[in-house]
Write a protein that binds this ligand. Structure first.
Ligand code: PLP
Ligand SMILES: N[C@@H](CCOP(=O)(O)O)C(=O)O
Length: 469
C-alpha cells in the first residue's frame, strides 16, 4: 500500500515511512492511494470474533509488505491485551435502536488508547528495523497526551514531547500526562489553547531543518496510523448489530475529525453506513461549515467537554481531499486561505459531496448536563460529557436504522462536570488507584516556536539521526 498527501506535493510513501512521517512534508495529511475493500461475507464473519483478530484482518492491507504478518499479529494481540474488557470495544444499549460503543476500556480510559497502544508498538518495531530513534511531538486537549504517554513510556526508541494547554485539561487528564515517571516522556504545559499547541506541532513539522535534525515524528491523528487503527471498531460494532444486512449510523463526538474520518474510511472500504453524524459542543465550526459551506475560526470556548474544545479540525482536510475527488491543488489553496485569513469557502460540489454522507449538530453545556442527568435516571448509565454531546445530537436523529454513538471517554476522567450534572463522583477504576497522589513532573513554556524547539533539542536523544533515516 502506498500513501499520498492531501496537498499533492509530497512524495508518495509506503506504510512504514508514512507512519514515521506523521505529517507530509507539503503540510498535507497522508491517505491510502486506494481504499482496500472488505467483502460482505468478510464483514458478516466479523460478528462474534475477537477484536484483535478483526483488527489484524482490517489492518493487514494498509500495512502491506512493510511489516511481516506474524509481527503485525503479535503487536495487534499485545496492544489489545492491554484492554481489560474481553470485548475491547463493547456495545451498550441505551434505547430500542440507540447504542453506545464504549471505547474507553484501555489504560487511560479514552478512545485514544485503541490506536495509541498499537502505533507505539508499530513505531518501535519500524525504528528498530532501521536502527534509529525518533522524537515524537504531540498536541493534546487532554486525552491524546495521556494515551500517548502511557503507550510510549515503554518505548525503547523514542523521546516524546506532549504539549497541552495550561489550565485547560481536567486534573485526571493532567496527571495521566505528568506522573508516568518515564524518562523518555516530557509533559509540557503551554500558555495557550489546544489550537496553539497543534499549530506549534505543525510548525515544527513544517520547519524542515528542525524536522530532520530531531528526526521528528507525530502521534496526533494527522498520523495515518492513528486513523487506520480507529477504523476497526466501526466494523466490529456494525457487524455485531447485523451488518452488512442491517445498515447502521454513527454519531461521533468530534474535535479534530480523526475519529469520524475513520468511520468515513470504513464506509469507503465497504461497510454499509447510513449516516455519519458529527457532534460538537459549543465549538461548532464543523456544524457551521456543513450548514453554510464556510469554514471560519471564531475563537475557542472552554467547555465541560474540554477534549473537543478545538477550532482547527485537522482531519477535515482529509475529507475535503476525498470529497473533491482528490484535488490536492484545491486543498492546498483552501489551507493557504485558512492560514492567512482563518477561513475558507468550500466549492459547492465539495459541500454537496460532504452533505451526502454527513450530518452535524451541536449540544451546549446546559443540554449536555441535562443529557447526563436524563440518561442516568432513565437507564442507570453514566455518560462522560463528550459522549453526552454525542448522545444529545444522536437523539435528535434517531431513525429506522440502528444508531451507534461513540463513547469516547470514561466519566471518571471528568468528575467536575459529572458532579455538577448529577451530584455524584464517578470512581476511577482500581488501575488508576493512586493517580491523584502521585508526584507530578512537567514543564511550562510560552506559546513560542523557538522556545519549544530549543526545549526539545536539549532533551531528545534522536538529534542528528534524521539524516540516517
Ligand atoms: C473524549 C474525546 N471525545 C471526542 C474527541 C474528538 O475526537 P476527534 O478529535 O478524533 O474528532 C476527543 C479528542 O480528540 C476526546 O478526547
Ligand atoms: N481531543 C484530542 C485532541 C487531539 O486530537 P488527535 O486525535 O488529533 O490526537 C486530545 O484529547 O488531545
Amino acid at each position: 500500500m502506498k500513501y499520498v498527501s492531501s496537498r499533492g506535493e509530497a512524495p508518495v510513501l509506503g506504510f512504514a515511512d508514512t507512519l514515521l512521517a506523521g505529517l507530509a512534508n507539503d503540510g498535507g495529511l497522508y491517505v491510502p492511494e486506494t481504499w482496500p475493500q472488505i467483502s460482505a461475507d468478510t464483514i458478516r464473519g466479523f460478528a462474534g470474533r475477537p477484536y484483535a483478530e478483526v483488527a489484524f484482518d482490517i489492518l493487514l492491507p494498509f500495512v502491506g509488505e512493510d511489516i511481516a504478518p506474524n509481527d503485525l499479529k503479535r503487536m495487534v494481540d499485545e496492544a489489545y491485551a492491554t484492554f481489560p474488557h474481553p470485548a475491547v470495544a463493547p456495545l451498550v444499549q441505551l434505547g430500542p435502536s440507540h447504542f453506545v460503543l464504549e471505547l474507553f476500556h484501555g489504560p487511560t480510559l479514552a478512545f485514544k488508547d485503541v490506536a495509541m497502544q498499537l502505533i507505539a508498538r508499530l513505531m518501535d518495531h519500524v525504528l528498530a528495523q532501521r536502527g534509529r530513534r525518533a522524537t515524537i511531538v504531540g498536541a493534546t486537549s487532554g486525552d491524546t497526551g495521556g494515551a500517548a504517554i502511557a503507550a510510549f513510556a515503554a518505548s525503547q526508541r523514542t523521546d516524546m514531547f506532549i504539549l497541552f494547554p495550561h489550565g485547560r485539561v481536567s486534573p485526571v487528564q493532567q496527571r495521566q500526562m505528568t506522573t508516568s515517571g518515564a524518562d523518555n516522556v516530557h509533559a509540557v504545559a503551554v500558555d495557550g489553547t489546544f489550537d496553539d499547541c497543534q499549530a506549534l506541532v505543525k510548525a515544527m513539522f513544517n520547519h524542515a531543518s528542525f524536522r530532520e535534525k530531531a528526526a521528528l515524528s507525530g502521534v496526533n491523528s494527522i498520523n495515518w496510523g492513528r486513523i487506520m487503527a480507529q477504523i476497526v471498531y466501526y466494523f466490529t460494532a456494525a457487524a455485531s448489530l447485523g451488518a452488512p444486512e442491517r445498515a447502521v449510523s454513527f454519531t461521533v463526538p468530534t474535535g479534530n475529525f480523526g475519529d469520524i474520518f475513520a468511520g468515513y474510511a470504513a464506509k469507503r472500504m465497504g461497510l454499509p453506513v447510513e449516516r455519519l453524524v458529527i457532534a460538537t459542543n459549543e465549538n461548532d465550526i464543523l456544524v457551521r461549515t456543513l450548514d453554510r459551506g464556510r469554514y471560519e475560526t471564531t475563537g475557542v470556548h472552554a467547555t465541560t467537554s474540554p477534549s473537543m474544545d478545538i477550532q482547527v479540525s485537522s482531519n477535515f482536510e482529509r475529507l475535503i481531499f476525498e470529497a473533491s475527488g482528490r484535488d490536492g491543488d484545491m486543498v492546498r489553496g483552501l489551507m493557504q486561505q485558512l492560514a492567512q485569513s482563518g477561513s475558507f469557502t468550500l466549492p459547492e460540489a465539495v459541500l454537496a459531496a460532504i452533505r451526502a454522507e454527513f450530518d452535524a449538530g451541536a449540544t451546549d453545556q446546559a443540554a449536555t448536563a441535562d443529557i447526563i442527568r436524563r440518561t442516568l435516571t432513565g437507564t442507570a448509565y453514566l455518560l462522560d460529557p463528550h459522549t453526552a454531546v454525542g448522545v444529545g445530537v444522536a437523539e435528535s436523529r434517531l431513525g429506522r436504522e440502528a444508531m451507534i454513538t461513540l463513547g469516547t471517554a470514561h466519566p471518571a476522567k471528568f468528575p467536575d462536570a459529572i458532579e455538577k450534572a448529577v451530584q455524584i463522583t464517578p470512581a476511577l477504576p482500581p488501575s488508576h488507584g493512586d493517580l491523584m497522589q502521585k508526584r507530578e513532573t512537567m514543564d511550562r513554556l510560552p506559546n513560542e516556536i523557538g522556545a519549544v524547539e530549543s526545549y526539545i533539542l536539549a532533551r531528545t536523544r534522536a538529534v542528528d539521526q534524521g539524516a540516517e533515516a
